[in-house]
Design a protein around this ligand. Structure first.
Ligand SMILES: Cc1cc2nc3c(=O)[nH]c(=O)nc-3n(C[C@H](O)[C@H](O)[C@H](O)COP(=O)(O)OP(=O)(O)OC[C@H]3O[C@@H](n4cnc5c(N)ncnc54)[C@H](O)[C@@H]3O)c2cc1C
Length: 431
């Protein structure tokens, strides 16, 4: 196996080691003495090498899991012995930044933070800020259907992807399609946004970018409870305002993050952005929707900016260090009408004997994401994942959520990957 792969990519581009992502259960399993198995990690240098590896894997029925930054938190990147990992780190070129048409073409292994920095140097932004950005690659951000801190203004990754370049399991290639939009059939590239490497390998992307806003106005408000804070968020979104940041922390999460509030109060951190006059006018409109809440001034916004990337992979591992410690997150999305009760019920369920926090971010006119963090020693109107994906963590609930769409997913999966060689731990497993 190793010799065959070395023939394709060269000996220096194959090594053997354990691979896992940042799934807390995987980390805990490792701590308990169950180390991940060593697998062959192949680092292809160009499209032809990816295609040749895929052809070899198909012929030999070997499962392939593409790897980006390895920051996933659902165990989608957890190859078993005898499988191979395709490390996309060699695809690290930003090919073009088009400052007139506001597009960026880059390879899948480009680091998410490095890309943002390159854009910022030209007063541009992708507007995609998952807390894990420095540990991600563009291919992983796409394959997990990720969402960032400024999603209320810029959308999530699916809104940023104009087109994709992919290599399919049989080694064939699909190139980016031209133009800012196309009505020539469905937007088939979107099938790969969230497929967790289950359909093929993303090798490049054309992304929508933006000019950085001229001005930003941010502040905080204290609400008496979650329900009134959510009502304010809903009013803001449904008024057509697209804040740069809009996050509501429940009492426990607010205290955990150092916001000093009265008992039971929740903190709303909100920032508007754009041309100076627009940012200021939207800030005034938000203030009107927050009537009845305490105005906390600009400090909560400044505090949030200082700490926005504090939850790093290293901190996650450190939290799990003491024997018996556990920590995990659940990011659900639900309609506005469901959120207050969902908050109360999930908090009650996860709060038993440990830490239970919740904040609401990634708001839409229709609803919002509720992000629960918990740690310590049936029928639903909520999706089981807003932006972390499925991996192994949620595999058993995929069929329940997809319902009739599961047939469509299986048909696509078996059509594109008939030999079932793509990541067996993606979106509900093999077809
Ligand atoms: C501390 C912390 C904070 C986080 N915060 C956020 C957050 O705010 N928002 C958010 O959305 N997520 C967050 N995450 C989760 C994670 O960072 C995202 O899921 C991210 O998009 C994963 O990117 P990656 O490059 O690390 O992917 P990886 O972990 O390398 O891979 C993830 C999945 O994508 C597939 N994949 C990777 N590259 C390719 C490719 N080129 N082609 C096809 N499939 C591919 C893999 O096979 C795997 O199934 C956080 C994680 C941590 C540890």
């Amino acid at each position: 196996m190793r010799t065959a792969l070395e023939k394709i990519v060269g000996p220096a581009a194959v090594d053997e080691r354990p691979v896992r992502d940042m799934w807390p259960l995987g980390i805990m399993d490792e701590r308990a003495g169950n180390a991940a198995p060593k697998v062959l990690v192949v680092r292809p240098a160009g499209r032809e090498q990816v295609a040749a590896v895929m052809r070899w894997a198909t012929e030999n029925h070997v499962a392939v899991t593409p790897m980006g930054g390895g920051s996933g938190v659902c165990g989608a990147l957890a190859p078993a012995a005898g499988e191979i990992v395709l490390d996309m780190g060699g695809f690290d070129r930003v090919l073009e930044i088009d400052e007139t048409n506001l597009t960026c073409s880059c390879e899948a292994g480009v680091n998410g933070y490095a890309l943002e920095q390159q854009l910022n140097e030209r007063a541009l932004t992708l507007g995609h800020y998952p807390s894990s950005l420095p540990g991600t690659a563009v291919g992983g951000l796409i394959a997990t259907r990720s969402s960032g801190q400024e999603s209320s203004r810029y959308g999530s990754i699916e809104d940023m992807v104009i087109s994709l370049a992919v290599v399919l399991p049989d080694g064939s290639f699909a190139a980016p399609r031209p133009g800012p939009r196309s009505a020539v059939g469905p937007a088939l590239h979107q099938l790969f946004v969230g497929a967790e490497g289950g359909l093929g390998v993303v090798i490049g992307a054309v992304l929508r970018i933006h000019r950085q806003p001229e001005s930003t106005a941010g502040r905080g408000y204290a609400f008496a409870d979650v329900r009134s804070g959510l009502e304010c968020m809903r009013s803001v979104m449904q008024a057509g305002i697209r804040p740069l940041v809009l996050r509501l922390y429940d009492a426990e999460d607010a205290a955990f993050n150092g916001y000093e509030l009265g008992p039971g109060e929740c903190a709303l951190v909100v920032a508007t952005a754009g041309i100076a006059g627009v940012a200021a006018a939207e800030a005034e409109a938000v203030k009107a929707f927050a009537e009845g809440a305490k105005d906390l001034g600009e400090e909560p916004w400044k505090r949030w900016q200082r700490h926005r990337f504090d939850l790093s992979a290293e901190r996650l591992i450190a939290f799990l260090e003491p024997a018996g410690a556990y920590l995990d997150t659940i990011e659900l999305a639900a309609p506005w009408t469901v959120l207050p009760e969902l908050h109360a019920r999930v908090k009650a369920a996860i709060g038993v004997g440990g830490l239970a926090l919740c904040h609401f971010s990634h708001a839409y006119e229709q609803g919002c994401c509720a992000y629960f963090t918990f740690g310590g020693s049936g029928d639903t109107e909520a999706t089981i994942s807003h932006h972390h994906g499925v991996g192994q963590a949620r595999a058993r609930w995929v069929a329940d959520e997809l319902g009739g769409w599961m047939r469509v997913w299986r048909a696509v999966k078996s059509g594109v990957d008939p030999d079932g060689i793509m990541n067996p731990r993606s979106v509900g497993g093999r077809s």
